[in-house]
Design a protein around this ligand. Structure first.
Ligand code: SAM
Length: 270
């Protein structure tokens, strides 16, 4: 039998199948979104601790950025009755998460959407969870800082550089971080203190670290110490010649109101 340069039918079929497989995997790769972070699941003990650190409850609205199979919002909904949203760039993950929410009986509490997390409207969130990369956390940071004071951010694995977390724990060798969005108080405030001891307060702020000084109507400078902000709650001590007065109160946009050692006080942004 003369030697043939044509492949046998078996070989021909194998080559055709290989070509088909190559073509379909190339098409799949083309259709797959380019992810900023690969899909890796958060272990359940870590999920539990993230939700615990955020002190999540039925009145919260959780947004999970890059929600994978939806395990964090599903755990929150199943255990705490929390409503929420999960967004993932990969439509396969959205399908998986939607099916998992149905299987867990919490589909009425959750929405999963195929969406780039940088396009997500975060304004409704009272808690945001994420298991992303440090550079993604840093890109998100300025947007997170604009959210409602008191909104909690929980991150598995990665921090946010010089924005020191309020809590950091290690669970099964994994880092878990919590931050609370502080009210934005940098600038000048006209403070009406009890007994008409009014002053202008200048505040400097970096994330949730604040410092301040007070200037009286006769232009005396009075040191302010022990200044802190946690969500909308502000606290500081005015060190006058006749004593130390601690003020605590709430920030509501351009107003502050509260009670201090000497009675009720308020402040207005100048
Ligand atoms: C490390 S996984 C975390 C999954 C889940 N949150 C968890 O903790 O188990 C990151 C997820 O982010 C998704 N992702 C990556 N880049 C994204 C982007 N730009 N927008 C939305 N989701 C993205 C990936 O598809 C993946 O499911």
């Amino acid at each position: 039998m003369p030697h043939s340069f044509f492949p046998s039918s078996l070989l021909r079929n194998t080559l055709c199948l290989a070509a088909l497989l190559f073509a379909s995997s190339a098409t799949l790769a083309q259709n797959r979104p380019a992810l900023d972070v690969p899909y890796i699941k958060t272990p359940s003990a870590v999920t539990e601790r993230m939700l615990g650190l955020a002190q999540i409850g039925p009145d919260d609205y959780l947004i999970d950025l890059g929600s994978g199979d939806g395990r964090i919002p599903i755990a929150a909904a199943a255990q705490y009755g929390t409503r929420g949203l999960g967004v993932d760039l990969d439509p396969e993950r959205t399908e998986e998460a939607t099916a998992a929410a149905q299987a867990a009986g919490v589909a009425d509490k959750l929405v999963f959407r195929t969406e780039n997390l940088f396009d997500t409207d975060l304004s409704r969130a009272s808690v945001i969870s994420m298991y992303l990369f440090p550079e993604i956390n840093l890109r998100l940071r300025p947007h997170l800082l604009q959210l409602k004071p008191g909104t909690r951010i929980i991150s598995h694995a990665f921090h946010m550089d010089e924005w020191t977390p309020e809590r950091h724990e290690v669970v099964e060798g994994r880092d878990v971080f919590l931050w609370t969005i502080p009210a934005q108080v940098e600038g000048l405030w006209r403070v009406e203190a009890p007994g008409h001891r009014n002053f202008v307060m200048r505040v400097w702020q970096q994330f949730d670290r604040i410092q301040g000084t007070a200037i009286t109507a006769d232009e005396h400078s009075i040191p302010i110490t022990d200044m802190s902000i946690s969500g909308p709650d502000i606290r500081f001590t005015l060190n006058t010649v006749d004593g130390r007065y601690t003020f605590s109160g709430k920030v509501d946009d351009k107003l502050m109101n509260g009670n201090g050692d000497a009675g009720a006080w308020s402040a207005q942004r100048m």
